[in-house]
Design a protein around this ligand. Structure first.
Ligand code: ZN
Length: 272
């Protein structure tokens, strides 16, 4: 699989001198990066004030369909206020067209829509949490290892109707395989029966960074629990609308969906 290298990028554009901030990560569609500024700086990314760690770091991210420019405003401790336009690198994503499907498979049963909306609202609420502890600064480990059966960004067009792109990474593992916390976290959502995603777990990694595990056969943690990176938190399965056993794992910055492959280390060779 093609991997984009995570690079240290120093932006030289005016008006902020290059040494005043450092951006480590991918300024690209689906990308995630950590910005470092002087401690005590305030940062407003795309209109949202970001929580900054004691050592001056905060996360930024860019959705699959992010435009070419993103705005970062910084207010330094000495009161200087500067605005930076970030040049977001575009990417290409797969589009798969499938025609001739029975309509019932394409458009969900209307009686289910209320349930789906209510579940989506609860998930969105968990993703709005702006946790105080910057666990995301640890970096991330694989939640499970196995064959990659689905990637971020691909979109299906069913009978000419665009469906939501796929925002997770799918890892094909048998039902019952332990899955681990990708970084230290607080559990913010745990439900064994969500319509689309089945057994669903959301971990808060701080400052709006959350990750979501779907299609779980078992959840071993409860909301409010503190978990450690690498700790088993659940078991994979095929619950919800899954075609077979796998783990779907996603990473968000609030409602911005990040490409997991850009933040994970290279997959261990034994599991490729
Ligand atoms: Zn998936």
């Amino acid at each position: 699989m093609k991997r984009l290298l995570v690079a240290l990028v120093l932006f030289l554009a005016a008006p902020v001198a290059a040494e005043e901030i450092e951006i480590k990560g991918e300024v690209a569609q689906g990308g995630f990066a950590i910005v470092r500024a002087e401690p005590g700086t305030r940062a407003i990314f795309e209109g949202r004030e970001m929580r900054i760690s004691a050592d001056g770091r905060f996360p930024i991210a860019f959705g699959r369909d992010a435009g070419r420019n993103a705005t970062l405003e910084l207010i330094f401790p000495d009161g200087r206020r500067v605005r930076r336009a970030l040049d977001v690198k575009p990417r290409k994503f797969d589009i798969q067209r499938i025609d001739g499907l029975p309509e019932a498979m394409v458009t969900p049963d209307p009686v289910l829509l209320e349930r789906i909306r209510a579940e989506n609202a609860r998930i969105a609420e968990a993703r709005r949490i702006d946790g105080a502890e910057p666990f995301y600064l640890q970096g991330f480990v694989w939640p499970a290892t196995g064959r990659i059966s689905g990637i971020y960004g691909s979109q299906r067009i069913l009978n000419g109707q665009a469906r939501q792109p796929h925002y997770g990474i799918d890892i094909a593992v048998p039902t019952g395989t332990p899955v681990v916390a990708v970084a230290d976290a607080v559990v913010t959502f745990a439900d064994p029966d969500i319509y689309f995603t089945g057994g669903t777990l959301i971990l808060d990694h701080g400052s709006g960074v959350s990750s979501t595990y779907s299609h779980l056969s078992r959840i071993d943690v409860t909301v409010g629990q503190r978990v450690r990176q690498g700790e088993a938190v659940a078991a994979s399965g095929a619950t919800g609308r899954a075609t077979g056993p796998h783990l779907d794992w996603r990473l968000n910055l609030f409602d911005i969906r990040i490409d997991p492959i850009l933040v994970l280390p290279p997959l261990p060779a034994a599991s490729r």
